[in-house]
Design a protein around this ligand. Structure first.
Ligand code: GDP
Ligand code: IMO
Ligand code: MG
Length: 427
């Protein structure tokens, strides 16, 4: 029996949601291990479009279980909203979704601090999603966070909230000149959330390890992308968790020896939301055209995504860190109209070139991308389902990426829908 993980190999929004939904067919349990409602994972089935922020993207499969692990920053109001939306579509979640009692909760003060600290930074801001993710994980690490299990001890919760909100109010007032928050209102709100979430809450560490003993197959769902990883991404322009496979074990309480297969998802070009280095970013008009064709607007915030050419230097770094076994290439159709497609194969500054991603952002800012040019196929690929009907030049682009990344691409996506997928080789 083998378990697998799906990770993003760029700066997020690679199309992970679509492929988790597709791969879920072969697994029993789908598990989110990090991130929070900063994620926006899209699944399109015929006329229905679902965007999941916290609920694992396998939830649409009637016979699968889904787990939100301890490593997720859990915003209970957002989760309840998603559950209500699923109910409206007659998609059951009872006895199907399990939420870790160890997950850290996102509170209104986390979102408030996220927003005020960003606006204080002015031009230096990260461009966060404003979902309170950084402040929630900061509290986890500084041991002032409040976990799901604490919701079920009202007196204890009251005391914790009083104490924490008092401290946050000092920060809000003294550092940001922002209005204080009331712990009483928060307490009432979270006691309400606790009651509604209680059927879902359990010890998911036990659940998952028992499932492994029973030879159930698990699919771990990464959110964000490796280049946003707090340790391996473009720090400080990153998110505050480990989206790479490195986050799985601590994010769910399962030994790394139980992760057997790692799928990397990458777009045929690059996008990034928010600020930070982006060596292959396209200039104005071209960037606009790709954004329009690829519908590159954030699934969580609606912000326009910055667009650029495929960056093999960044993806090589992500492939190495994750130990990717095979890649899934998405949004190839978006390049259908390009006469020439560029791929950045190395970075170069006045003294040397780099084929893997440098850790030093100052150094990166002095580098220029070195491109190879590949002829475009100038054909509509969105209706192709058979590998043999694929334009030769499109296959040439895929083979070029495989060669420069030293990685096998097994599936290619040519549209948002479940069925718009071409298997080009076996795993
Ligand atoms: P995720 O965060 O990695 O799950 O990706 P998002 O859902 O944020 O963004 C991917 C977007 O591209 C979504 O709107 C998908 O419906 C869409 N999408 C996924 N695969 C393809 C594809 O192959 N072609 C096109 N045109 N759109 C795709
Ligand atoms: P999915 O799972 C793309 C980016 C934000 C910002 C940085 C920090 O849909 O791929 P945060 O709110 O996490 O503190 O913001 O990370 N970011 C994402 N970009 N896709 C995501 O998720 C993202 N989640 C966070 O835009 O640059
Ligand atoms: Mg997304």
């Amino acid at each position: 029996m083998s378990n697998a993980c799906v990770v993003g190999l760029q700066w997020g929004d690679e199309g992970k949601g679509k492929f988790i939904d597709i791969l879920a067919d072969e697994y029993d349990i789908i598990v989110r291990y990090q991130g929070g409602s900063n994620a926006g994972h899209t699944v399109v089935i015929d006329d229905s479009k679902f965007i999941f922020h916290l609920v694992p993207s396998g939830i649409l499969h009637p016979d699968k279980q889904c787990v939100i692990g301890n490593g997720v920053a859990l915003d209970p109001a957002q989760l309840l909203k998603e559950l209500a939306e699923l109910e409206e579509h007659n998609i059951p979640t009872a006895n199907k979704l399990f939420v870790s009692d160890r997950a850290h909760l996102v509170f209104p003060y986390h979102k408030q601090l996220d927003l005020v600290s960003e606006s204080e930074k002015g031009d230096e801001k990260i461009g966060t999603t404003g979902r309170g993710i950084g402040p929630c994980y900061a509290d986890k690490m500084s041991r002032t966070g409040i976990r799901v299990a604490e919701l079920y001890h009202p007196e204890h919760l009251k005391n914790r909230l009083k104490e924490v909100v008092q401290e946050k109010n000092k920060i809000l007032r003294d550092l940001y000149n922002a209005p204080p928050l009331s712990w009483e209102g928060m307490y009432d709100e979270y006691i309400g959330h606790a009651a509604r979430l209680s059927p879902y809450v359990c010890d998911t560490v036990e659940l998952l390890n028992n499932a492994i003993k029973a030879s159930k197959r698990i699919l771990f769902e990464g959110a964000q992308g490796t280049m946003l990883d707090v340790d391996f991404g473009t720090y400080p322009y990153i998110t505050s968790s480990n989206p790479s496979v490195c986050g799985v074990s601590s994010g769910v309480g399962v030994s790394p020896k139980h992760i057997h297969n790692i799928y990397g998802v990458m777009k045929a070009y690059t996008t990034r939301v928010g600020r930070g280095p982006f060596p292959t970013e396209m200039d104005g008009e071209l960037g606009e055209a790709v954004r329009k064709r690829g519908d590159e607007f954030g699934a969580t915030t609606g912000r326009p995504r910055r667009c650029g050419w495929f960056d093999a230097v960044a993806v090589r770094h992500a492939v190495m860190i994750n130990g990717v076994d095979s890649a899934i290439l998405t949004k190839l159709d978006v390049l259908d109209r390009e006469e020439t497609i560029k791929v950045c194969v190395e970075y170069k500054n006045s003294s040397r070139s780099y084929v893997t991603f440098p850790s030093d952002l100052v150094l990166i800012s002095d580098c220029e991308p070195v491109y190879e040019e590949i002829p475009g196929w100038l054909e509509d690929t969105s209706g192709i389902t058979d590998k043999d009907k694929f334009p030769e030049k499109a296959m040439g682009y895929i083979r070029f990426l495989e060669k420069t990344l030293e990685l096998k691409i097994t599936m290619v996506s040519v549209g948002p829908e479940r069925k718009q997928v071409i298997r080009i080789s076996d795993e």
